[in-house]
Design a protein around this ligand. Sequence first.
Ligand code: FUB
Length: 322
Amino acid sequence: MKVPRYLVPNDYMADPSVHVFNGKLFIYPSHDWESGIPENDNGDHFNMKDYHVYSMDNVENGNITDHGVVLRTEDIPWAGRQLWDCDVAYRNRKYYMYFPLKDKNDIFRIGVAISDKPEGPFVPNPDPIKGSYSIDPAVWKENDEYYMYFGGIWGGQLQRYRNNKALESAIFPEGDELALCPKVARLQENMFEFAEEPRDIFILDENGIPLKAGDTERRFFEASWMHKYQEKYYFSYSTGDTHLICYAIGDNPYGPFTYQGVILTPVVGWTTHHAIVEFNKKWYLFHHDCVPSEGKTWLRSLKVVELEYEENGKIKTIEGRI
Ligand code: FUB
């Protein structure tokens, strides 16, 4: 399947996280809707209030099952607003959904909800993960350890923190200053807490120098994802205001990662977001765009396309506007 295909034509779904559980592909998207909130740089117009889960036996034939609503803000005791990009991990016969949500003080935290089945429904813990902040959790399993990648600038609030502590007010590095780093933290065995202080992830240029804040076509903005190919760790992310999905390669889950190139050129819409997964011996890029909503940035539609590697492990760039 070399041409991207829309997966859920009857609803607006975005920010896919995708995993293979029990031999099926499970998709965990954000659920966009028309809330009427005006667009701003804070992302208030992304006012999502529930999640659905989707599954597929076969990506090529496009058949997809909607498992319905699996978690809502009204079920989450600490909820303020805005359920953004979630992810799900499996451990010891339980499925853990990690979701970013603003608390009652309008601060993004990361919550956990549990299910016995990959399709949910998910029951939320009464409190968010201690010490969690910002958005876009993505969980990677390595042997018996689980690592959560997270972070996002602007509406994702990462600029309000340094060394995992809240600042009095946001500070954006500029120009030649080091770009804000995405974070990673190993999870405790119970999957409910961080097992360590979140660490910075360094994305290096071709000379081994961490990317600068002014390097907006390459520096991290949001939407972390991790996958492994030929024993290398591929950390991929969105550059936000320059609208690219890029990737960087490293030798272990903590990095550092060296910048490699663009996976997806800008799509129609403002945000871009993705998941990369191998299923039935093919690699796929799941992503979203705003073509069906005629460019309304807050009404995004889920897409999938095959992803290919060069022999040297480089990912072939995919055009976002086809
Ligand atoms: O859906 C809200 C936000 O938009 C996500 O958390 C970001 O990754 C961007 O896609």
